[in-house]
Design a protein around this ligand. Structure first.
Ligand code: PBE
Length: 268
């Protein structure tokens, strides 16, 4: 255990993201569960602001504790580590799942099938995320990835027919993971002839829009832990198409140079 009193240096603050994010709720639970976090707070702002704060801290070799998740480009760009979570507040491995509105299979079988067959890896999504982080517009990054990964894309469109201008509305949250996945799926659907709109919302409203049948669906459901409460609330009103990505994770993330390995090593 290190000598550094990070609690004091950080003003007892974990740098969070959007207030509605599952990882923020989990961090607030961690504050309640761990004696080492007594008196700490989770600040909320946006994923972009968190990434900026992380980048600034690293540039100055200062400590920072953020609500983190993977896949994420930050692990390719910086040397980071998850703090061990002996109480299991942040859960085990998460999956990212696809949820669509009821009735889609009957109304728009080709869209349903593509959304059902959409599956990729952490490596795939990270390469799109990194491209976007380096300044490529999300739509362009999606197109470039699709161009280079025709085998994978044809496994998503397999057994479907092209359509002529049927509408598909996808909702998502402005998290880096979801910006990447939603843009890729949207672009694939466009290339199959759909008229696609993508709309960023907050987390709760994203789930609600699908459950109420206001939109086609989303590829942004983090389960079983991160969005477990939202899933419990809405699962009877939507169609769960299963995982589109396995091996996701959430937790508290710090730069590797910090002399701390576990949440229990922080100071109240
Ligand atoms: N995230 C990314 C989301 C899910 C996707 C971890 C920031 C959340 O915490 O709800």
């Amino acid at each position: 255990e290190g000598e550094a009193n990070y609690g004091e240096q950080l003003d007892y603050t974990i740098t969070g993201i959007e207030a509605g994010a599952g990882v923020v709720a989990a961090a607030q639970d961690a504050v309640k569960e761990y004696d080492s976090l007594a008196g700490w707070e989770v600040s909320t702002s946006s994923s972009g602001a968190m990434a900026t704060a992380l980048g600034d801290a690293i540039e100055n070799e200062e400590p920072i504790v953020v609500t983190g998740w993977s896949p994420h480009w930050k692990f390719e760009k910086y040397d980071l580590k998850y703090l061990k979570d002996p109480k299991g507040v942040f859960g085990e491995a998460e999956k990212i799942k696809t949820m669509v509105r009821k009735g889609l299979k009957e109304d728009k079988p080709n869209a349903y099938k593509i959304l059902d067959q959409f599956k990729w890896s952490s490596e795939d999504i990270q390469s799109v995320m990194l491209d976007i982080n380096e300044g490529t517009a999300p739509e362009e990054a999606a197109k470039a990835w699709i161009e280079k990964n025709q085998d994978k894309v044809s496994s998503w469109t397999k057994g479907t027919e092209k359509v002529d201008g049927k509408s598909v509305e996808l909702v998502y949250v402005n998290w880096d993971t979801e910006i990447a996945s939603t843009n890729v799926v949207a672009e694939v659907l466009k290339q199959q002839g759909f008229d696609v709109t993508i709309t960023p919302l907050n987390n709760g409203p994203m789930w609600e829009a699908v459950a109420e049948g206001e939109v086609t669906g989303m590829v942004a459901a983090w389960l079983p832990g991160t969005h477990g409460d939202l899933y419990a609330e809405y699962k009877d009103s939507l169609v769960d198409l299963g995982a589109n990505l396995k091996g996701a994770k959430i937790g508290l993330v710090v730069p590797s140079y910090m002399d701390v390995e576990s949440i229990e090593d922080l100071q109240p």
